[in-house]
Design a protein around this ligand. Structure first.
Ligand code: ATP
Ligand code: MG
Length: 421
């Protein structure tokens, strides 16, 4: 019969790969909790209107990347393309602003975008993100950036660069737009069709275009950071000074205009030269107006999202060795050995000693072959002879050294000796 395959751009994460995923997710959770962020789990799908209204109708995501489908009653639903909209929706819906602010959340989970699949770009991918609500102080921006930087550095990802920009206030952008448009219209013939369209819908995004001709044509474009209001300038200066104070290095990138409409003031991205074309590892910024746009009170916010596939691609090999290891292979054979082995295995597992046994093996030889294949560190040999003596033989599968130990109290004895994993 024909085999039904998985969907293009939607990957299985197989057991060989899950240790590195656990390592990344555990580090993300640990660093988040350490900075005072709490986990939120938001739904995989939401009303389409939520994303259209928050991310912005004229963005790539909303225009062409969303998985949108009618529910059985015709309501338009969308698989979440990112996590901020859902987190803000939950924040508003549960009236969280009535509780003391600031409130800080993090999430980890799959996101969905209909993109052209390639290395580091999938249709189902995973993000870890944080959202800090209720603080307009630049120290909140510094905190989220430092959290991301510390996490990625802790994971020993190579050649990271933090790029910083300010998008100003919405007033600043409104004042800058005609200045930019005047510049762009002089060079319109050099711009790609997409950018010519963006001049109408979202001119700032022209600066972010990856097409080399567009980049060359906008090399001399007036910079938004030279047109910031004194408040926005001060905020940006504080963020940059704070990053320097806590030792997070950065580079200014006046072209950094994020693809989502809801950003204001601080905008940042972390890239790595190790990722080829898909060089962005994570990105974020301030979105002071979003809670209000989605029908909540006026609550300032700042956050980021990082792509876990890209983190995984960059994770050094050595980081994830040993993590899938089971410690003990219980080789129980013979009538009494098998009977006692069943109980021993259960006891091991209850006490937290990882252990396994191939129930198909009935002889010592067969067990030892499976033990060697299993990558366990030790085998426990328990045949009828050992059963009669009330003991087992502990065999180190690497050095082959053996010692006889009493069967009674074996699990607690080994637990107290357990090598650190
Ligand atoms: P890109 O410029 O690579 O398209 P983006 O600006 O669309 O990224 P964001 O929406 O800010 O990205 O998402 C934050 C992070 O999520 C990115 O830096 C990236 O690591 C990851 N990411 C985004 N889209 C994908 C995807 N389709 N597949 C894998 N990871 C992704
Ligand atoms: Mg994208």
């Amino acid at each position: 019969m024909d085999m039904i395959k998985g969907i293009k751009g939607v990957k299985d994460i197989l057991p060989e790969e899950t240790p590195r995923w656990r390592l990344i997710e555990d580090a993300a959770r640990r660093w988040s909790l350490c900075y005072g962020y709490q986990e939120i789990r938001i739904p995989i799908f939401e009303l389409t209107a939520l994303f259209a209204r928050s991310i912005g109708a004229a963005t790539d995501i909303v225009e062409k990347e969303m998985y949108t489908f009618p529910d059985r009653d015709g309501t338009s639903l969308t698989l979440r393309p990112e996590g901020t909209a859902g987190t803000v929706r939950a924040f508003i819906e549960h009236n969280r602003a009535a509780n003391p602010l600031p409130q800080k959340y993090f999430y980890i989970g799959p996101m969905f975008r209909h993109e052209r699949p390639q290395a580091g770009r999938l249709r189902q991918f995973h993000q870890f993100g944080v959202e800090s609500f209720g603080t307009s102080d630049p120290r909140a921006d510094i905190e989220v950036i430092a959290l991301l930087w510390r996490l990625l550095s802790d994971l020993a990802l190579p050649d990271l660069t933090l790029e910083m920009n300010s998008l100003g206030s919405s007033g600043d952008r409104a004042a800058y737009k005609p200045i930019l448009l005047a510049f762009l219209s002089q060079r319109e013939s050099h711009l790609c069709a997409n950018c010519r369209r963006r001049m109408e819908t979202n001119p700032l995004r022209v600066l972010d275009c990856k097409v080399p001709e567009c980049r060359a044509a906008t090399e001399e474009a007036p910079q938004l950071t030279n047109h910031l209001s004194p408040e926005a300038r001060l905020h940006f200066d504080h963020v940059l000074a704070g990053l320097t104070a806590v030792g997070v290095p950065y580079r200014l990138n006046p072209r950094l205009v994020r693809g989502l409409d809801y950003y204001c003031l601080t905008s940042f991205e972390i890239t790595s030269t190790h990722l080829g074309a898909q060089n962005a590892v994570g990105a974020g910024g301030r979105y002071d107006g979003l809670v209000e746009t989605l029908g909540g009170p006026s609550v300032p916010a700042v956050g980021f999202a990082v792509g876990l596939e890209r983190v995984s691609l960059m994770l050094p090999e050595s980081s994830s060795s040993l993590l899938n290891e089971c410690l003990y292979y219980v080789a129980a054979f013979g009538e009494n050995g098998t009977r006692l082995g069943l109980v021993l295995l259960d006891e091991f597992r209850r006490i937290g000693l990882s252990s396994l046994c191939d129930y198909r093996a009935t002889t010592l030889k067969a067990h030892l072959r499976q033990a060697d294949r299993s990558q366990c560190r030790y085998a426990i040999l328990l045949g009828d002879d050992e059963a009669a003596r009330g003991s087992v033989i502990l065999r180190n599968l690497e050095s082959k050294a053996q010692e006889e130990l009493p069967l009674a109290g074996l699990s607690s004895l080994l637990k107290s000796r357990k090598p650190s994993q």
